[in-house]
Design a binder for this molecule. Structure first.
Ligand code: URA
Length: 265
């Protein structure tokens, strides 16, 4: 019930509650925090066993190698080497104007992996994904389902450098960055991937169907279930679509619950 209220509030509805005369009943009004959902503990979860991660490789391993070898080299990087490789990357034209690359943020053992499109001006300045207006909405969406960006959630983007003027990244820019995203997916090994918008969907799923063709369908990346939903920046411009995004998030949460209860095993 409280969870439903949080979702409705986030959708922009004002909630009216019948007021009881608490003084008459001798009660102190109580304010309760949002419930933590099953399987989403407030404390960081104990690190789950992950697919074996190779030993550290230096970022320079990527210089001067061809595309196939580059992808294979990235697929062998550990977190430190991956972050360094992203920060030093010059594989596409986006590097020319970036202040810094924005690798990703959050819990590296998270059950939930959210993927956006690419950094905007604020993300480029701060080096963290989703810190602007769209990020605030994403934080509220996470909070409404009992999540937070640093708690059981990892956030990454399809491209790690800002496309000028916040344009949609070109196919070749997403292709150049894809090995980084694939490595992030492999290292986090989430229980679920939530793809925010078309660029994220196209990059991870490696296909170009429309968002409406992908939303609400049972999709997967390898063995990992995938939910496709609207990008928060789109929702800020199209408020009525928020209701559909909530449907998607509720479906996503159900997938996690089923995974926790062993139903997806
Ligand atoms: N939009 C995105 O897709 N990613 C960000 O990091 C910020 C805005």
């Amino acid at each position: 019930m409280r969870e439903q209220a949080a979702i409705l509030r986030e959708m922009g509805y004002t909630l009216w509650q019948l007021r009881r005369n608490t003084a008459e009943h001798g009660e102190t009004p109580k304010v309760e925090p949002l419930p933590i959902l099953a399987g989403e503990t407030s404390a960081p979860k104990a690190p789950a066993p992950k697919a074996s991660v190779p030993a550290s490789a230096p970022g320079s391993v990527l210089s001067g190698v061809d595309d196939g070898k580059r992808a294979a080299a990235i697929a062998a990087l550990d977190w430190a080497a991956l972050t360094q490789a992203i920060q030093e990357c010059r594989a596409c034209g986006l590097c020319a104007r970036r202040r810094q690359a924005v690798p990703g943020i959050g819990d590296r053992t998270a059950d939930w992996l959210f993927v956006g499109e690419g950094p905007g001006a604020e993300e480029d300045a701060r080096g963290e994904p989703f810190v602007g207006q769209a990020g605030k909405l994403l934080d509220n969406m996470l909070a409404a389902i009992g999540l937070a960006r640093d708690r059981n959630v990892y956030i990454a983007n399809a491209v790690k450098c800002r496309p000028e003027g916040n344009r949609t990244p070109a196919a070749e820019e997403m292709a150049a960055c894809r090995p980084f995203l694939l490595r992030q997916i492999a290292l986090v090994a989430p229980k679920l991937i939530v793809l925010l918008g078309k660029s994220a969907a196209h990059s991870v799923l490696n296909e170009d169907r429309s968002l409406s063709a992908l939303r609400g369908r049972p999709l997967s990346f390898g063995a990992i279930p995938v939910t496709v939903t609207y990008h928060p920046a789109y929702l800020l411009r199209n408020l009525p679509e928020k209701a559909k995004a909530w449907e998607d998030l509720c479906r996503a949460r159900q997938i996690i619950r089923e995974s926790d209860s062993g139903m997806l095993a």
